[in-house]
Design a protein around this ligand. Structure first.
Ligand SMILES: [Fe+2]
Ligand SMILES: [Fe+2]
Length: 265
């Protein structure tokens, strides 16, 4: 199986780029599936149901989220019903959403799991215990398994990746919005990259308008952080897996996308 995982889709620049390009990317790169992290799609925080529908219609096969998952309450019914979007598996048991989904692809079934890290983040349940539970539940049901580790610290991500080496196809990081240069297949056959980078404007501070963020950072006076607009790129990683659900390869993926601020999406 060949699949592309795209990191945090940020605001309209990231969202409209994914919508416009996902079908072409599938064809150009002979992809069986595209999975995205959409936690920042709705003006930088959350995902609206309309966006969810359009992304799936455009060809997105599965969606992960992160700490912004419930920022738009409208998404809750989608999280209850959809078989294409997951919540972090180490969120409270009562939190709305599925701990895993398995999506069909032309080349087998792709399992999708999301985990939150614990360093410099809101306290959550143990991600190691959570992923053990999920892997037991889905044992044998998927031909490849993608784990999105949504975490701040590279050490947190590396620990989870090493813990899962040989047990899943890929452990790919999100949340920092900055791609790391460590994409590789670990000795047990699991591909990993600490952060695949965001789909959004790179002339920014993690996707937000530079002047706005600097104003608050230097004065401590809060203001709304608008999503930036320049140097939009789609970033992620392409994984190829064998019939044992191990990774054969991981390639960093990064393409610039023209963006007209004010364009309709
Ligand atoms: Fe994010
Ligand atoms: Fe996040």
């Amino acid at each position: 199986m060949r699949f592309l995982f795209l990191g945090d889709v940020v605001g309209k620049p990231g969202y409209s780029a994914v919508l416009a390009h996902v079908a072409n990317l599938k064809e150009q790169h002979a992809l069986d599936a595209v999975v995205i992290n959409a936690e920042n799609a709705a003006d930088g925080a959350g995902l609206m149901p309309r966006q969810y529908r359009r992304l799936i219609e455009a060809g997105v096969d599965g969606i992960t989220m992160g700490d912004h998952i419930y920022r738009r309450a409208e998404i809750i019914p989608v999280l209850e019903k959809s078989d294409r979007i997951v919540k972090p598996a180490n969120y409270p048991a009562n939190a709305t959403g599925k701990n895993w989904v398995i999506v069909p692809t032309p080349n087998g079934k792709l399992g999708i799991i999301s985990l939150m890290g614990r360093v410099f983040m809101r306290p959550v349940d143990c991600p190691f215990a959570a992923v053990d539970r999920v892997l037991e539940e889905i044992a044998g049901a998927a031909d490849a398994i993608l784990v999105d580790v949504h975490a701040e610290a590279t050490s947190d991500k590396q620990a989870l990746a090493r813990y899962l080496d040989g047990r899943v196809t890929a452990v790919l990081g999100t949340h920092t919005h900055v791609p790391t240069a460590d994409a590789h297949v670990m000795p047990g056959g699991t591909a990993m990259q600490c952060d695949v980078g965001m789909c959004g404007p790179y002339q920014s501070i993690i996707g937000r308008d530079v002047a706005r963020v600097l104003k608050t950072t230097t004065t401590f006076e809060p203001c709304h952080f608008h999503v930036a607009t320049r140097d939009v790129r789609l970033c992620g990683a392409i994984i190829e897996s064998d019939d044992q659900a191990h990774a054969i390869s991981i390639e960093r993926f990064e393409v610039p996308v023209p963006y007209e601020p004010g364009s309709k999406s």
